[in-house]
Design a binder for this molecule. Sequence first.
Ligand SMILES: [Zn+2]
Ligand SMILES: [Zn+2]
Length: 281
Amino acid sequence: MKGLPDYHVHTFRCGHARGPSRDFVQKAVERGLAEIGMTDHLPLYFLPVADRDPGLAMREEQFGGYIDEVLELREEFRGRIAVRLGLEADYSEGHEEELARWLARADWDLVLGSVHWVAGGWIDAPGSAARFEEEGAERLYEEYYRLLAKAARTGFFDVLAHFDLPKKFGHRPVSPRLAAEQEAIAAAVEGNCAVEISSAGLRKPVSEAYPEARLLEQIVAAGIPVTFSSDAHAPAEVGWGYDRTVALARDCGVRQFVSFEARRRVFHPLPAHSPVGGSSR
Ligand SMILES: [Zn+2]
Ligand SMILES: [Zn+2]
């Protein structure tokens, strides 16, 4: 979708993405995107070193190489597409000082805030589905939104990633956790966070963008800016599904989106509907 950014893109360093980083940028150019934000997973700073699964996030010693590679791609593609230096950073309660130290190590264009670690374990890993049966979707959703709200209020994050992530495998509470959701939305306002509209959920068992329409409407009504992303883990996923996420955005009242450079946000009008699309392939 022409003129939009993809602000959630991984590299091979996270251990669960594949393909040369250059190919991700090339795909963004092919899709006509205006910007690509490389946002690989920050090392799992909040876990003991022995527990940091190299299949989930880059290792500490890869951090410098990641930054260098993104800056090289920025130069190589200058004039064709803006390559932004970003990061997907886990929020982990009680580890805020360590996170602040990590974030101080580079001049980011944007930092995505994510909550993947909920109540002592991953909420979205391949083995996480059983947790919803064992621990209850209600409890996990409430705890997730409590942490997301805390994350937003830290002020560390420019964008909250996959706002309703616990739905990934299709588990839902018997009824939406309205108070917890509202708290997270209020926190995003206070913390000056944007929210990504991510096509990644369309590729998951839940088969629905993050956030779902009901939540996106409330996010928009609260005046929270949005941006667009794919959470690409392969070059073909860059800018994928934007025909559907842009339609969702429009349906939910989105009129503009934000881009980031050096953590400053710039507002742009949402592009007019184009029948050319076809970006789900
Ligand atoms: Zn994530
Ligand atoms: Zn991601």
